[in-house]
Design a protein around this ligand. Structure first.
Ligand SMILES: [Zn+2]
Length: 197
């Protein structure tokens, strides 16, 4: 689960349990209206719990009603909208063939902590699209090959203006080669995929 969701569940749970308990205690001791004052903490707690609950519900809806596509994990991007433990979590960039068999690229808000690699580059995952929103099935990560995956993993930006070449070192064999910044490079010697950043 996303770290920030766990944090929200924890804080929301604390407010809910303590707010509920203190309200109960105050009601017994003071009765209304003073006894009802701690209710505000209970309400705040439920509000905080609602944030991750709604997000999880929406993802479930996308997964159960969306269209499934086999996609390749193509790269990583930092999610700068949120900080978890002082660092930006990582979202994945995936590529897949859309309904017209065109190569499509989308970013999925996976928000996993840096250093943790639940979605290795080059892995095959099931994604679900509903109204332009995509969710990934975290249980679907495999190293299976899909038809046309060389095309999907091609080190070529879908937007041609993004062609900033940088030198990258292959983490597997140590070779240095050129890849387009922000895109996945494929080592010409050992075929290992690396995020060029
Ligand atoms: Zn290599």
């Amino acid at each position: 689960m996303h770290t920030e969701r766990l944090i929200l569940f924890f804080i929301g749970g604390m407010f809910t349990v303590l707010g509920g308990g203190i309200t109960l205690m105050f009601m017994v001791i003071f009765g209304p209206p003073i006894g009802l004052f701690p209710l505000i903490f209970l309400i705040i707690g439920i509000g905080i719990l609602a944030i991750p609950t709604v997000a999880i519900y929406k993802e479930k809806q996308t997964r159960s009603h969306g269209k499934r596509y086999a996609a390749k994990v193509f790269g990583y991007v930092e999610d700068t909208t949120i900080t978890v433990n002082g660092a930006y979590p990582i979202n994945i960039k995936v590529r897949f063939f859309d309904d017209h068999h065109n190569i499509s690229e989308t970013t999925i808000a996976t928000r996993f902590p840096k250093g943790n690699v639940p979605y290795p580059i080059g892995a095959t995952v099931d994604i679900y699209g509903l109204n332009g929103i995509y969710a990934v099935d975290p249980e679907s990560v495999t190293s299976a090959k899909i038809p046309g995956e060389d095309q999907l993993m091609d080190n070529r930006p879908l937007e041609p203006e993004k062609t900033d070449y940088i030198a990258i070192t292959c983490p597997n064999c140590g070779a240095t080669y050129q890849a387009i910044k922000g895109y996945t490079g494929k080592c010409p010697y050992c075929d290992t995929y690396t995020n060029a950043e």
